[in-house]
Design a protein around this ligand. Structure first.
Ligand code: NAD
Length: 471
């Protein structure tokens, strides 16, 4: 279903009409288009609080892009690898930003050096003169230290404070299609930053804003092919016949994986057509069937010998207020959205089919975070998904990670079936004033699956355009 309002306000007449009526005027989001497209282009300004540790890694990642780098000389004391390795040009900032004529495609600030809340001033000094210079579809990325790893309360407070900053910046810049996100790095996890810096600065994260991702320290990531990072990997995608699942299957294939797509027997025709376009394999299976976990594991063993990426995408809604909800609505919704995932993982692990450095990705929902009228069953299941991911993240071994995506309003058959008022509210009630596309969820999953994302474990990242609903 197309968003006619988005198309309309991007005509000259529509823009004027929206302005005069005070209506939101969403900017079309730039998404990642070509396999050889650099993750970022244009001018990028980087800065750091004194003593920050991540700036070298950021400089290295950005140095490999065609972006022209500047460093904010007035606030940052950059280490040599950030400056010289990437030939970042010093840019003096004054209070008004009046000396900066150029527009930036990204503003990146390394705050990991902050020791207490007085150091937050460095954040203001960097962003105040520059934030208005951020271009449409631009990126703000802040890197702090995970507050859980800060021993001093004043230091923990300073790093926690960045969450409030980023969420507010996201709301201020969303009207130009720009996003703001925060990475909380564990001490010593500089080498684990690369894939996340690339993702959050690139058009792949077009619909992700106001999010905090924890990056843990882990073994060095194995070298991977930047154009096909998932080459040699086998991915199971449930609910792959349409919508978000089909897009996940296509995106993981684009990144080099071989896909085993699964869906209910009634969806076989659609599943076959998605799989034949990507040379994937199709499996007819109702994941709530008690034989399903074994059926899936046996299929994986026979056809692939093991599995690297398990994407639990299949989901259903059966909406009714709690008092009116028949018990089969409750049972089915919990079974598909939550219990089936646990049982499938259990069987794959029991049969030792999940390979080293494997990835499990579950799909939650903003309904699971905020709750939703008429969705007690769905929100219960999707909140349970978060609990499952957080608990499993502490248990997984052999380089395996488990994370969740919580989509907001994504344009699919599921949301097309909503009443028009709810659909329009879902589309507009976020910082970017538009719905997301299945590809936005798929790109975030591809980031989790990247071998270089081995420090990203136990996270729940929302792909919701920074929905006003929930945290
Ligand atoms: P969709 O209804 O278009 O697709 C869901 C797929 O899951 C279908 O192909 C369906 O046949 C399959 N499926 C359902 N029950 C199954 C079962 N028992 N066994 C095997 N397959 C089964 O939904 P979508 O919008 O693409 O959503 C994909 C996921 O994203 C779901 O988990 C959904 O809850 C979640 N989500 C979607 C949105 C959104 O805005 N579309 C928002 C939040 C979360």
């Amino acid at each position: 279903m197309s968003d006619r309002y988005l198309t309309f306000v991007n005509t000259p007449f529509g823009r004027t009409a929206a302005q005069s009526l005070g209506l939101p005027a969403p900017v079309p989001l730039k998404r990642w288009k070509r396999i050889d497209q650099p993750f970022i282009e244009g001018d990028v300004l980087i800065g750091a609080a004194n003593g920050s540790k991540a700036i070298g890694a950021i400089g290295r990642v950005l140095g490999a892009s065609p972006a022209k780098l500047f460093h904010a000389s007035a606030v940052a004391t950059l280490n040599d690898s950030a400056k010289s390795g990437n030939k970042a040009e010093a840019l003096p900032l004054d209070g008004d930003g009046g000396d900066i004529e150029r527009k930036f495609s990204a503003l990146v600030f390394d705050a990991t050096g902050m020791k207490d809340t007085t150091d937050l001033r460095a954040v203001y000094d960097f962003f105040h003169p520059t934030i208005r210079k951020l271009s449409a579809n631009g990126r703000v990325l802040v890197i702090g230290q995970d507050p859980a790893s800060c021993r001093q309360p004043a230091k923990a407070a300073a790093h926690q404070a960045l969450e409030g900053l980023v969420r507010s910046v996201g709301k201020e810049i969303g009207r130009k299609g720009a996003t703001a996100n925060l990475l909380w790095m564990a001490p010593g996890a500089e080498k684990q930053l690369d894939s996340s810096v690339r993702f959050f600065l690139s058009p792949r994260s077009a619909y992700v804003s106001g999010q905090v991702t924890r990056i843990g320290k882990s073994a060095d990531a194995p070298a991977s092919n930047p154009v096909a990072p998932l080459a040699g990997k086998v991915a199971l995608v449930t609910g792959a016949s349409r919508g978000i699942g089909a897009s996940i299957a296509e995106t993981l294939t684009r990144d080099g994986a071989t896909v085993l797509g699964l869906d209910i027997p009634a969806a076989m025709e659609d599943l076959q057509s998605v799989m034949s376009a990507i040379q994937g394999k199709a499996l007819a299976c109702d994941i709530t069937d008690e034989k399903a976990p074994k059926q899936i594991a046996d299929f994986v063993k026979e056809h692939f010998g093991g599995i690297d990426l398990v994407i639990h995408n299949a989901g259903i809604t059966r909406d009714k207020t709690l008092g009116n909800m028949p018990e089969h609505f409750w049972d089915m919704t919990i079974a598909v959205n939550l219990t089936a995932e646990e049982l499938i993982d259990e069987e794959l692990m029991h049969q030792e089919l999940l390979r080293e450095n494997g990835r499990i990705v579950c799909i939650s929902s903003i309904s699971g975070i905020a709750g939703n009228f008429g969705q007690t069953n769905y929100a219960t299941a999707k909140c349970g998904v978060i609990g499952y991911v957080e608990a499993m993240a502490k248990r997984v071994k052999n380089g395996v990670t488990i994370n969740a995506i919580a989509p907001g309003f994504i344009e699919t058959q599921m949301t097309a079936a909503m009443p028009i008022t709810m659909r329009e509210a879902g589309r507009r009630m976020n910082s970017l004033s538009q719905g997301g596309l299945p590809i936005d969820v798929a790109e975030a999953i591809a980031w989790y699956c990247n071998p270089a994302s081995n420090g990203v474990n136990g996270n729940v990242v929302r792909v919701c355009g920074q929905s006003l609903i929930g945290k």
